[in-house]
Ligand binder design. Structure first.
Ligand code: UD1
Ligand code: CA
Length: 449
């Protein structure tokens, strides 16, 4: 029989130390908000989720419902401690899940594997499971008081004796509780402590007093790294980037300087993809097998087909779709455009709101003029078309299959398939003109031969 599980996500934090107008848990690492990292971990291990927010946190509720529509939302009207926050969701707990997981929305690096381990511990008979870690500096953390390896109680720093403060084994904050006794234990917690708060950590001693078992699972500090400041946000980002890069390398991606590559949590990289140093992935990027992403390129909501090559110094903006063996070279920007198989756009171009047919060649300096100051218009370029360098394609415009556009053209009307279009001033050559000009100005300079 599989056990049911409810996760409670505490998100009622104020986050004033971020010095930001954005709610703390809506800051992002790996291009994904802190709360959605936690929701992703939770979703992987539990059937239902309840999120506890503070009053007026509509933006947080909006994000939660966008990421996990089935999440129940509860409001903690006053901030009176972690146990008090959990009890805001008592209606959900009362539905009687076998396991109860309590996680913090500002602790985004928790792994779903660790949450699974906590549940396994409950299944093995523990009533309370906490996460223990050994920080370099334990200041501020609750201390895990143990005896012969058994967890007796958790002492919050402000309530700890000098002796207890010497303990280096600290509480990570997150907790798992046996669902059938959770409410009774939580309701027995008082605020008789230094902070006059209802401490969730008190459930350990209460469980012990009832002869129940409490255990601490030891984990890496990184997993329970909380975010309260911009500095801690940057540290959490660094941890996440290391994880994402390691996963990419494990999956067969080649990166000669992985520490310079910035990935998003949802970046998808195929096998034999090569990423040169200094590449930035925004959200929503898929790179298929064997593609090469060269240095200083920036990609966002873009798809790179098999064997394609991007950059150096290329920008793929949202809606850029490159088919197989496409080449997008230096200083080329692609937005909301499909480049079909074998297209070449090797230098200095802007391709926006367009389709470029298979095998077409886009010369250096080609610009799709997609915006007339009020509206965006589309450019359609047929397969095997050749667009000469420095052409401006004024949309809406269509260039037929195999058509040829002379360099420096401004194309304002459709070009039929296989036709030549030249839209530029005819060249004028005046023999001896430059020499006469110099003589007129009395210049003694002679043209070097
Ligand atoms: C908590 C633990 C401490 C542990 C530390 C790890 C308690 C009493 N202490 O302390 O043992 O070492 O985490 O980081 O649990 N929250 C609410 N409503 C409240 C209070 C808190 O939603 O009324 C949320 C916060 O937004 C945060 C989480 O609960 O996401 C933890 O609260 P916080 O005040 O940061 O707890 P700590 O003092 O750090
Ligand atoms: Ca904290």
């Amino acid at each position: 029989m599989t056990r049911t599980c409810l996760s409670i996500v505490l998100a009622a934090g104020e986050g004033t130390r971020m010095r930001s107008s954005r709610p703390k848990v809506l800051h992002a690492i790996g291009q994904r908000t802190l709360v959605s990292h936690v929701l992703a971990a939770v979703r992987a291990v539990s059937g239902s989720a309840a999120v506890v927010v503070g009053p007026g946190q509509d933006a947080v509720v909006g994000e939660v419902t966008a990421v996990l529509p089935q999440a129940q939302i509860f409001v903690q009207s006053e901030r009176r401690g972690t146990a008090h926050a959990v009890l805001a969701a008592s209606a959900a707990i009362a539905q009687g899940p076998d396991d109860l997981l309590i996680v913090f929305a500002d602790t985004p690096l928790i792994r779903s594997e660790t949450l699974s381990r906590m549940r396994e511990s409950l299944a093995d008979g523990a009533a309370v499971v906490v996460l223990g870690f050994r920080p370099v500096d334990p200041t501020g953390y609750g201390r895990l008081v143990t005896e012969n390896g058994r967890l007796l109680t958790i002492r919050e720093e402000k309530d700890a004796s000098a002796e207890e403060r010497k303990i280096t084994f600290c509480n990570g904050g997150l907790m798992a509780l046996r669902g059938d006794i959770a409410l009774a234990l939580l309701e027995a917690i008082t605020d008789h402590n230094a902070k006059h708060e209802f401490y969730l950590t008190d459930v350990v001693a209460l469980a012990r007093a009832h002869g129940l078992d409490a255990v601490a699972l030891e984990i890496e500090e990184d997993e329970v790294r909380g975010v309260n400041t911009q500095g801690q946000l940057a540290e959490a980002e660094a941890v996440l980037q290391r994880r994402l890069r390691a996963a990419a390398l494990d999956a067969g991606v080649t990166m000669v300087a992985p520490e310079t590559v910035h990935l998003a949590a949802d970046t998808k990289l195929g096998r034999d993809v090569v990423i040169e140093p200094y590449v930035v992935f925004g959200p929503g990027v898929v790179v298929e097998d064997g593609a090469l992403i060269r240095s200083f390129s920036h990609l966002e909501r873009a798809h790179v087909g098999k064997g394609s090559s991007v950059g150096p110094f290329a920008r793929l903006r949202p809606g850029a779709k490159l088919g197989e063996d496409v080449r997008v070279g230096n200083f080329v920007e692609v937005k909301e455009a499909t480049l079909e198989a074998g297209v070449r756009a090797n230098h200095l171009s802007y391709i926006g709101d367009a389709r470029v047919g298979a095998g077409a060649n886009i010369g250096a300096g080609t610009i799709t003029c997609n915006y007339d100051g009020a509206q965006k218009h589309r450019t359609d370029i047929g397969k095997e078309a050749f667009v000469g360098s420095n052409s401006a394609l004024v949309a809406p415009v269509a260039i037929g299959d195999g058509a040829y556009i002379g360099s420096g053209s401004v194309i304002t009307r459709d070009v039929p398939a296989e036709a030549l279009a030249v839209g530029r001033a005819r060249q004028v050559v005046k023999d001896g003109w430059a020499k006469r000009l110099r003589e007129m100005k009395g210049s003694s300079k002679k043209l070097s031969e």
